[in-house]
Design a protein around this ligand. Structure first.
Ligand SMILES: *Cc1c(COP(=O)(O)O)cnc(C)c1O
Length: 365
């Protein structure tokens, strides 16, 4: 599905040198590269604070801890997403309240979100799924009206931009109270292990999140709040600092692949191409088709038999997961789980490979 080797080989000199510098310094934790990467990402995103941490799941956890949510507080989450989003909510004793998604953009459904708000609702998590922003123009005023926090799960959409009706553009993850992201190797900005970060424009929340990531201490051995140990290690930061320079090039490469897929499948009744929200750019963490009238799983098998990988993100609605059984009706999520198929998407796909993927897909009957 992704070609990490090909991507590495294009920048291996720079990466190897960056890693070697860390090895020579032996400052494996909190080395200067961590600060440098955070500062560069801060200016890339145009956000006030970037707090690096150990992974995208921790980023979500620390964000919720910093918001002082209490056991029993409700957090609204889309039903069609990766499990991590609901996992940390449950782990902290908060109550994940699942809501359905929009059938076209796959993002949290605004009417469902608003209908799910109760006196106990303390936060909403728009997951910018597959590389496109959720409908922030609608989400932010609703959240404000009900005094609920907005935590943007940006694990799949780093580098995407959202333009509001007033013309103001913001980076994904930098519009709510917190944004969180993951640098898992296959994400759009991936390191060579685990990594994550938290974004915020709020000084108080930033200092709180920073403290929580560091055992709840501001001063060494003085612990004012219960924290965790969640750090981005120096080698990963050094790698990310190199790769950040290429993020826009990587996004453009993904967009080019998406354009080829659009062209191939756009006028074909068996396929619905991913719908774009005109307010958001799409950085295509995944290129996800909806399959009409064909057996999606048989198509997946046909592709595999012909050497083309594809994936179903996500086959099971969150409310069907043993650990997160939810009540409510999620017709769109169920429909998507039965019909979506993500095609290979990477920065390194060759014209030949794209051609094979398209032809093999179209040959299926
Ligand atoms: C990958 C991902 C995460 C978790 O990131 P990790 O770094 O693997 O912990 C959270 N949310 C979404 C939507 C993701 O895609």
């Amino acid at each position: 599905m992704v070609d990490l080797k090909g991507q590495y080989l294009k920048i291996n000199d720079e990466i190897n040198e960056a890693i070697q510098t860390v090895l020579d310094s032996t400052i494996f934790i909190n080395g200067p590269q961590v600060k440098s990467f955070a500062a560069n990402l801060q200016s890339y995103l145009n956000v006030k604070h970037v707090i690096p941490c150990a992974n995208g799941t921790d980023a979500l956890q620390v964000a919720f801890m910093a918001l002082d949510l209490r056991p029993g507080d409700e957090v609204i989450v889309p039903c069609f997403t990766y499990v991590a989003t609901a996992e940390v909510i449950a782990l902290l004793g908060l109550k994940p309240v699942l809501v359905d998604v929009d059938p076209n953009t796959f993002q949290i459904d605004i009417a469902a979100f608003e209908a799910a708000i109760t006196d106990k609702t303390k936060a909403v998590v728009p997951v910018h799924l597959f590389g496109q922003c959720a409908d922030m123009e609608s989400i932010l005023p609703i959240a404000k009206k009900h005094s609920i926090f907005v935590v943007e799960d940006t694990a799949q959409a780093i580098g995407a931009k959202y333009t509001f009706d007033n013309g103001q553009a913001h980076s994904a993850g930098c519009m709510g109270d917190f944004g969180t992201t993951s640098f898992f190797p296959s994400k759009n900005l991936g390191c060579y292990g685990d990594g994550g970060a938290i974004f915020t424009n709020n000084d108080d929340l930033a200092s709180k999140a920073r403290m929580i990531c560091n055992h709840g201490q501001k001063k060494k051995y003085h612990h004012s709040v219960v924290g965790v140990n969640s750090r981005l290690d120096t080698i990963q930061a050094a790698i990310l600092d190199v790769k950040l320079k290429y993020l826009d090039t990587y996004s453009a490469a993904r967009q080019q692949v998406a354009a080829r897929y659009d062209e191939a499948f756009g006028n074909h009744e068996a396929f619905e191409i991913p719908q774009r929200d005109p307010k958001s750019s799409h950085v295509f963490h995944q290129y996800t088709l909806k399959i009409n009238g064909l057996d999606r799983d048989a198509l997946k098998e046909h592709l595999a038999n012909n050497g083309v990988l594809s994936m179903v993100y996500y086959p099971v609605p969150l409310n069907e997961q043993e650990a997160y059984k939810g009540v409510g009706k999620f017709p769109v999520t169920y429909d998507l789980c039965s019909r979506v198929l993500s095609l290979p998407m990477s920065t390194e796909l060759t014209e030949n490979q794209i051609h094979t993927i398209i032809e093999t897909t179209l040959k299926f009957r």
